[in-house]
Design a protein around this ligand. Sequence first.
Ligand code: NAD
Length: 292
Amino acid sequence: DRPSIAWIGLGIMGSPMSENLIKAGYDVTGFTLEQDKLDRLTAAGGTAVGSIAEAVRDADVIITMVPASPQVEAVAYGPEGILENARPGALLIDMSSITPGTSVELARAAAARGIRVLDAPVSGGEAGAVEAVLSIMVGGEQADFDAARPVFEALGRTVVRCGPHGSGQTVKAANQLIVAVNIQACAEAVVFLEKSGVDLTAALDVLAGGLAGSTVLARKRDNFLGRDFRPGFRIDLHHKDMGIVTDAARAVGAALPVGAVVAQLVASLRAQGDGGLDHSALLRTVERLSGS
Ligand code: NAD
């Protein structure tokens, strides 16, 4: 018998992910701030409701997919929040990318109410969400991970428990560091190649087949070629993630010299009003620096 699911946060990721659970046969009740996203859930066969309390009241599993730590705290705490309104024994899975410390604190606060928590941030982007091939990095108790595995397998392809509460978020922070540096490297190569007069399509084709090939290069290729910076993954969110990894690395004494520079470039792009663009728009920063 499949657990009933409450889904909070139906954005770029939450909408297609919740639809994959519906396709897999789960009953999904959802709440989010935009009416059009609630309509989309209804059209997909889910149940849209008007509050968090209503969404979580009868749920066995509650999934949150909201932008950042403050939104996770807003949906979890307070009289209208998840912890106050979910039934004891429910499992809360936060799939947002947030500060590891916020996940640890959430697990502690929830345990006091008999609610179990996993942090389970994801990688793979909108395409990975749509195709249910996300990489899911999980922190929390092994038994809760085992219980949640069928739900994770309806959403992703690579599902790994990384350790105790917060460790999924720590791994996600590392993921965001690698992705940002990789995008920056690709953007620098694109500008260099174009200024050199080399055919960019041919160059990216052959680069993709060698050691320089990467998921970033494959997935962002068309963004680079067409200067198509519709999100995808917004610079605002990657700025948030560079802050998370910078703080977490400083706390443990890990040096991120290149990551720190890329964090500054992401911040600069945002300061120039491009926070709503896809993170492949780091290309714009390199173009500006190159006088393109
Ligand atoms: P989004 O902005 O498209 O969606 C966020 C959703 O959260 C919105 O629908 C909004 O209504 C909802 N929300 C915010 N505050 C709320 C509240 N108080 N109550 C109810 N709903 C609320 O963001 P997204 O791109 O879907 O990203 C969600 C999370 O997933 C972020 O942490 C992001 O870093 C992470 N992520 C995104 C991607 C990507 O490619 N977009 C990939 C991996 C991870």
